[in-house]
Design a protein around this ligand. Structure first.
Ligand SMILES: *[C@@H]1O[C@H](CO)[C@@H](O)[C@H](O)[C@H]1NC(C)=O
Ligand SMILES: *[C@@H]1O[C@H](CO)[C@@H](O)[C@H](O)[C@H]1NC(C)=O
Ligand SMILES: *[C@@H]1O[C@H](CO)[C@@H](O)[C@H](O)[C@H]1NC(C)=O
Ligand SMILES: *[C@@H]1O[C@H](CO)[C@@H](O)[C@H](O)[C@H]1NC(C)=O
Ligand SMILES: *[C@@H]1O[C@H](CO)[C@@H](O)[C@H](O)[C@H]1NC(C)=O
Length: 444
């Protein structure tokens, strides 16, 4: 009798257990499927997010925003070069537990980012902290928001241009020491036909026979920052003997704030290569001196650079030289660009982004070579600072002021330290005055 009950209970138990294990198995499978779906979703959005951050950052400073389709293309290929967290899943050779940890970390990061994004007050505080820092000449990367900090770390890790800095670092040089170091290290140099591959390719037909060396008394460098809107600086800017503008920045329609005079225009290679900027037809590139540049490898291997420039600037350069042989048009030598980068790193303790300096800082340096005195407008932001990237575009991102791709905060801090502008002029006008190299006397 008891035995019978036990047997019945036993088989019942077995039956129940079998069923519940089936149920358990079912739930396990469902859970795994769910996990997979959720993981794929978050992994993708994480990648997209970083991709967005990178693409935005590439256009910071006085760079121009790329056309979005092109962006997608270049950045996905750029992306493919990267190692680590954002590698495609196929390439993962990680154990499942690490994979799971990674996944949890991504979800955590995303939640945190969303919370921070919601916290508007926090973002604004950050911006003001940075601006105060720039006005006083004391900023560091930990004042930047998390997104920018993370993007900068990524750039340091990826090191696309193979930067290898071996020099000293000293953040306490005096103003005079900084100016002398800059004068010594960043003499203007453009491509000439004395080096390969340009000798072989007969570029002496295209390069101007005389280097750019005209000396101007007073010069204005007009940044394209959104915060120059409503500055009413137009007349003051035009009163300079020479005015430098950047990329595709127009003056028509904005004369009141940016003036109407252009003497030199400095352009990155995207302006020449991308038809959207109408380099071969727009009047903004006519009847002025032109300077173009493109990020080359850090060791300025010219052969390699000529074969694979970031954007092909050589073909449009030749076409333009053919059509307008009288127009002064130079390509900056990569050594000039990277010597300027070295100058920034040698005066900064932190690792700066291993990418070329911004067009803004390149332009300032060009003008310090050519002018006795240089007034720089809205490079260091005034109180008008907003996240509007360029006065002539609707594009918005704080990276344009503080840098993600370019080492902007470090450049700006050096400009502040070398300049003579009062804190009042910096805040109110966003203007800083620098001496030209010809006016700097250094111990020999
Ligand atoms: C949001 O801002 C408030 C007040 O400024 C601050 O106390 C809080 O820590 C911030 N939260 C986050 C997640 O940053
Ligand atoms: C710069 O700011 C940091 C804090 O952000 C401070 O510790 C340091 O003393 C400041 N340096 C100068 C020269 O003011
Ligand atoms: C950094 O520069 C300052 C000013 O020239 C100098 O006094 C100091 O010795 C330098 N420090 C190092 C470590 O070279
Ligand atoms: C620039 O503006 C001034 C007035 O502010 C005007 O006299 C001058 O003709 C303008 N120049 C050009 C090239 O439009
Ligand atoms: C400018 O270049 C584009 C191709 O990039 C070409 O289609 C167009 O005809 C050129 N315009 C002029 C005026 O040369």
């Amino acid at each position: 009798m008891w035995n019978g009950v036990v047997i019945v209970q036993d088989s019942l138990l077995r039956h129940v257990m079998k069923q519940s294990s089936q149920v358990l198995l079912f739930f396990l499978v469902v859970w795994m499927l769910l996990f997979l779906v959720v993981f794929t979703y978050f992994f993708d959005s994480q990648v997209n997010q970083t991709q967005k951050a990178i693409s935005i950052s590439y256009s910071d400073g006085q760079h121009v925003a790329r056309d979005s389709r092109e962006l997608k293309k270049t950045h996905s290929s750029r992306f493919a070069e990267r190692r680590g967290l954002f590698q495609s899943r196929r390439d993962f050779k990680l154990s499942d537990s690490i994979y799971k940890q990674l996944h949890l970390r991504n979800i955590y990061k995303m939640r945190l980012e969303r919370r921070i994004k919601k916290n508007k007050t926090k973002t604004i505080d950050n911006t003001w902290l940075l601006m105060e820092g720039l006005w006083k000449g004391n900023v560091s990367s930990n004042m930047l928001n998390r997104r920018l900090q993370r993007v900068i770390k990524d750039y340091v890790r990826v090191n696309k241009h193979k930067v290898l800095y071996k020099g000293k670092r000293n953040a306490s040089r005096s103003r005079q020491e900084l100016l002398c170091q800059m004068k010594l290290q960043t003499r203007l140099k453009s491509l000439d036909s004395s080096e390969q591959p340009f000798v072989r390719l007969g570029f002496q037909r295209w390069f101007p026979s005389q280097p750019l060396q005209k000396v101007y008394k007073t010069c204005a460098v007009v940044s394209s920052a959104g915060s120059i809107l409503n500055s009413l600086m137009g007349r003051e800017i035009d009163s300079h003997e020479a005015v430098l503008r950047f990329n595709s920045a127009p003056s028509i329609g904005y004369e009141r704030d940016v003036g109407n005079k252009t003497t030199i225009r400095i352009m990155n290679s995207q302006i020449l290569a991308n038809p959207k900027y109408k380099f071969n037809s727009s009047s903004i590139y006519k009847n002025i001196a032109l300077l173009a540049w493109d990020p080359a490898p850090y060791n300025f291997d010219l052969e390699k650079w000529y074969k694979r420039p970031d954007y092909d600037l050589f073909k449009p350069y030749i076409a333009h030289r053919e059509s307008f042989p009288e127009q002064p048009f130079y390509i900056l030598h990569p050594s000039f660009i990277w010597n300027l980068w070295d100058f920034v790193q040698s005066n900064t303790v932190e690792n700066i982004q291993p990418n070329p300096p911004s067009s803004g800082f390149i332009g300032i340096t060009v003008m310090m070579n050519l002018c006795e005195e240089v007034d720089v407008y809205e490079y260091i932001p005034s109180v008008r600072q907003s996240s509007l990237c360029h006065y002539h575009e609707k594009y918005v991102d704080v990276a344009c002021t503080f840098g993600a791709y370019h080492p902007l905060i470090y450049e700006k801090m050096l400009v502040k330290r070398m300049g003579t502008a009062s804190e009042h002029d910096l805040r109110k006008k966003g203007m800083v005055t620098l001496p030209g190299f010809s006016k700097i006397t250094c111990p020999t």
